[in-house]
Design a protein around this ligand. Sequence first.
Ligand SMILES: [Zn+2]
Length: 322
Amino acid sequence: MAIAELNVNGRNYKLPTQPTVVVCVDGCEPDYLAQAVATGQMPWLKRTLALGSGLMADCVVPSFTNPNNLSIVTGAPPSVHGICGNYLFDTATGTEVMMNDPKWLRAPTLLAALSDAGQSLAVITAKDKLRKLLGHKMKGICFSSEKADEVSLEENGIEDVLGLVGKPLPSVYSADLSEFVFAAGVKLMQKLKPDVMYLSTTDYVQHKHAPGTDGANAFYRMMDGYLDQLESLGCVIVLTADHGMNAKVALDGTPDVIYLQDWFDDWLGAAKARDFADHRPLCGAPRRARFVCHGLPARRFGCCCGLQSAGAAQGHGSGADP
Ligand SMILES: [Zn+2]
């Protein structure tokens, strides 16, 4: 008899009974959605919020992209899954490295467990750096928009993604990189109807555009259209975020910075704590730990862990991914 429930990292999950799409919108501060809905940019989400559920919750700390994406797909905090940052200092080699190698991952993912249970899986990320972590030990389709022109059956479980989607390869620093994720998700759902799909965008737009601005609203209007198509295809949709985004300056324009050196000096001794990359004194930006989870119906699948804010000066200044 086919199993109806999975246990992964101590949590029980019901297997989906209809195609289920989990979308992690990178840097989706809840105000982006609130303002886009209020000004008529997101008719699908407005309708969905009236019928489904909208919840706010805390992200995991550190509130970066990699730890939170991995918490979403493992249902566990970084102390369990091991992805404790976007970067780490590898003491074995004495170098700072991006934390995107599955060798750092200590816990199985729900995605891999679902594929082991016979579910068909598709994972699409905007940036390639998350692909190997999310797809670790998972059978199925797993590729990034960033390297959609390099896919192979052997590595990604799919061929000719550009032909499937009918769009050119997007620039890595563009809104198009995330739109490609949604466009590919809709095409895959039309052609292959995977049981479970995980879509993860990049926060290029959120770094540049504050909630309610034209640049932000255009992104959320685009996203709303694809989510509407996925619902029309019979999907259950869970919309969540890895972290939020907020201004890094006070209302008077001065940098809103918390300096950590004194705090660490009191704790560990004078000048014991240094930035490992270049041995500068430490400072930190304020963090806010709210996130959004919108589902139809909510939380049918997986867990919701998201957001906070990390980001650039003036809140939305750089294209860097926290
Ligand atoms: Zn992020």
